[in-house]
Design a protein. Structure first.
Length: 299
């Protein structure tokens, strides 16, 4: 019987583990993929207090080691279901069933897909969701990005230094990205904006060769590109819990700043919680709050 099972080894989940282990609670972290969450793909974190310019990988690795060194058990299994039995809870993974007194859900969010017919087949063969991970494969080539938020604009600026030309395709004609990024975007000569438009088709045999872009009036054009970076936001990874845990219409787990879900002893931390600011600093903050609330419940 664990005191706390934390689902997700991103910044929120690993921060929770630091707090629960420092309170000497028997803690298990379950992670489906690899530690670090989304931040692992960030080349340089410039807005986290006291650690300017640290890479996402270094940040995640230091956090992982800190949690491990405090005695956190970390197991790489996918959680498929959770159950509440009042006095204890069960966490069912693809391999095992674990019992625990409290649960902290820190599963974050995954990349939203365009849901084009052959999008999945082209992943790694021209389609990517991470410019900082895959951008260097497109040195000197022409690439496109779909999206109009901070990620899409940061990707466009990053890729414009590597690729020959970058098409930034956005479904509206105004961006939801920060003003500073929009200003920088307009200074780049090799970025072409295609507004009020969507990528509607992917062409190619073995790898992506071109995309079809359709504008609001239904007019289409084909653009030859070697890469398409899809940066249209994220969706929370909560579908395995939503029978027990209340989520909003977009799938985010409903909880206030105290990180309490609708079930006693189950908390949520990080990007999968309903909130207005999803940043690294708010994820680690949630991790601390959820852990302290779980410790209070246990005591
Ligand atoms: P986002 O802010 O949600 O923006 C998503 C963009 O994709 C929007 O422009 C949206 O269009 C578009 N979009 C959404 N669904 C679409 C669809 N089905 N088809 C076509 N376009 C679609 O996502 P994000 O840029 O990944 O950012 C996520 C969060 O991380 C934000 O809070 C952001 O501020 C933060 N972030 C911060 C930084 C930083 O501080 N440096 C860097 C990256 C991200 P509409 O505008 O028309 O809705």
């Amino acid at each position: 019987m664990y005191d706390v099972i934390i689902v997700g080894a991103g910044p929120a989940g690993l921060t929770s583990a630091i707090y629960t282990r420092r309170a000497e609670k028997k803690t298990l972290v379950l992670e489906a993929m690899s530690y670090g969450g989304q931040i692992i793909n960030t080349l340089s974190i410039d807005n986290y207090p006291v650690a300017p310019h640290i890479s996402g990988f270094d940040f995640a690795t230091k956090l992982y080691e800190q949690a491990k060194n405090l005695g956190t058990e970390i197991v790489f299994e996918e959680v498929v279901h959770i159950q509440d039995h009042n006095t204890y809870k069960e966490v069912i993974t693809n391999k095992n069933t674990y019992q625990t007194k409290t649960i902290i859900l820190a599963t974050g969010a995954k990349n939203r897909k365009l849901n084009l017919p052959n999008e999945k087949e082209f992943i790694g063969k021209g389609v990517s969701y991470c410019a900082t991970c895959d951008g260097s494969f497109y040195r000197g080539k022409e690439v496109a990005i779909q999206g109009g938020g901070n990620t899409a604009l940061e990707d466009a600026l990053y890729l414009s230094d590597i690729a020959k030309k970058v098409y930034l395709i956005h479904r509206r004609d105004t961006f939801r990205a920060d003003e500073t990024l929009i200003r920088q975007l307009h200074l780049k000569e090799n970025i072409e904006l295609i507004c009020n438009s969507m990528v509607t088709k992917l062409n190619g045999d073995e790898a992506l060769e071109s995309i079809v872009v359709t504008n609001h009036n239904g007019v289409t054009k084909t653009i030859a590109v070697a890469g398409l970076f899809i940066a249209i936001g994220r969706v929370p990874e909560t579908e395995n819990f939503n029978q027990l845990i209340h989520t909003d219409a977009s799938g985010y787990i409903v909880a206030g700043e105290d990180c309490h879900t609708n079930v006693d002893g189950i908390y949520v931390a990080g990007d999968s919680r309903t909130k207005s600011v999803r940043q690294l600093v708010t994820a680690t903050s949630d991790g601390a709050v959820a852990a302290i609330e779980a410790i209070r419940y246990l005591n």
